[in-house]
Design a binder for this molecule. Structure first.
Ligand SMILES: [Zn+2]
Length: 428
């Protein structure tokens, strides 16, 4: 069982995690003024954003002043990058200060600087229980997208050793965990479940023969029932964090698991999607982020996720507000197995098959794993064969980056009014 506790707050800058509200506000306002000045000067997209609202950099003095600016959403970022490739005017440092460029779905290109003081995921890892000397297995993809690199970086900042598991290779990963006595897991909850199964297949008792003590999960929902099951299976502590590929970490759980603390070095607003006004604790709105990263300064980036925050004190001692669970998506975009799926991606699959008359994507949950099923109505005279289903199933991950199944259904049972992506998952 994990003997580590959350008795200390921070890892190097602990006073930042226990600031008074007034001190935090003063610090955030000062950082905001700095990044606005920097971005206005170096990132043409941010300059345009200010100009469009008739705002000068010096008009943004406090977090409240952000209300003057429009919220930028992911699809706008994609469009801006296509108009002004590759970064859409968001690159805030010269290219010789960049060490890596990733490509997230959109596509969106994300630059990472050689030197970064962005330690928001590191705060999350510390809060989850990672400590110097831990071996952490990173099971996110090392291809194209940024998270695996962020998480390795966070392990290194804490003095931990990374074991790069990547995606899949479940048996090899279980063996690696066993042989190296890996103490930490970084990945999705569902993949940790796969590892438990594979470990048993190899004859290991996950709690006795593996050494996992701490896990950090993200990119998927973590229902309490699943957390309990995984914690018991491995005899470990499992905590989660929340963020996006565009802005990084925005919230993380502490030992108390009573919501997710906001990192001190970014600004998270809960915003009324219609007016752009900031909402207070207990009110539901869109999660909108402003980060202080000079290389890629996102100012009022709208995540499309709905949530609310609480300012009630947390027994862990951190004074930052906490995000109380994610309540859904602002638009039709749905997250399946940790990937955003858009109706447009589903259309791209259907467009490859002239046999398809109409379709609907249904997202469900089987056990603790997301399932995506294309309900397909074929054109008159087309015979529903296994071969056709297999060809469509092969095309799904090409456009959607997630596997899915095909179910042929009768035109009569197809709903008259329907959402193209119907999320039927329940999270109780
Ligand atoms: Zn706490």
């Amino acid at each position: 069982m994990n003997t580590k506790s959350d008795r200390t707050y921070g890892f190097y800058n602990e006073k930042m995690e226990t600031l008074s509200d007034a001190d935090r506000a003063a610090d955030q306002d000062a950082e905001l003024r700095k990044i606005i000045q920097h971005a206005y000067k170096h990132a043409p997209a941010i300059r345009r954003k200010l100009e469009q609202s008739g705002t000068k950099p010096e008009d943004i003095r406090t977090v409240k002043d952000l209300e003057r600016l429009a919220v930028t959403h992911k699809h706008e970022l994609t469009a801006l990058q296509q108009q002004d490739p590759p970064f859409g005017g968001f690159l805030g440092l010269p290219l010789d200060r960049v060490k890596r460029i990733c490509m997230s779905p959109g596509p969106i290109y994300e630059p990472e600087p050689i030197d970064s003081d962005n330690d928001r995921w590191t705060q999350a890892f510390f809060a989850a229980g990672f400590r110097k000397g831990d071996l952490g297995q990173v099971t996110f993809s090392y291809h194209l997208v940024p998270p695996a690199f962020w998480f390795e970086d966070s392990l290194h900042r804490l003095g931990c050793i990374a074991t790069p598991g990547g995606v899949g290779n479940t048996e090899l990963q279980a063996r690696m965990m066993h042989d190296l006595r890996v103490t930490g897991y970084i990945g999705t909850p569902s993949f940790l479940g796969n590892i438990a199964q594979k470990a048993r297949d190899l004859g290991y008792d996950p709690a006795k023969d593996l050494s996992l003590e701490t896990g950090f999960v993200t990119a998927e929902m973590l229902p309490e029932s699943l957390r309990d099951e995984l914690e018991k299976t491995f005899g470990m502590i499992l905590r989660q964090g929340y963020g996006t590929a565009d802005v990084g970490c925005l919230a993380f759980e502490c030992y108390q698991k009573n919501g997710m603390h906001l990192p001190y070095n970014c600004i998270v607003e809960i915003v009324d999607p219609e007016t752009g006004r900031q909402l207070g604790p207990g009110e539901t709105g869109e999660v909108v982020a402003t980060v202080f990263d000079k290389v890629y300064p996102m100012i009022r980036f709208g995540t499309g996720d709905l949530s609310q925050v609480t300012d009630e004190p947390c027994p862990c001692g951190r004074t930052a507000r906490r995000m109380i669970k994610l309540l859904g998506r602002l638009d039709q975009v749905t997250k399946v197995k940790g990937m955003f799926v858009h109706p447009g991606n589903a259309d791209a699959v259907a467009a490859k098959f002239p046999e398809i008359a109409k379709y609907q994507v249904v997202v469900t949950r089987e056990g603790h794993v997301d399932q995506m099923t294309f309900h397909v109505v074929l054109k008159d005279g087309v015979v529903p064969t296994t071969g056709l289903a297999e060809r469509i199933e092969a095309a799904i991950p090409e456009s959607m980056r997630v596997r899915g199944r095909v179910k042929f259904i009768d035109g009569d049972t197809f709903p008259k009014e329907y959402k193209k992506i119907d999320d039927r998952r329940k999270w109780d």
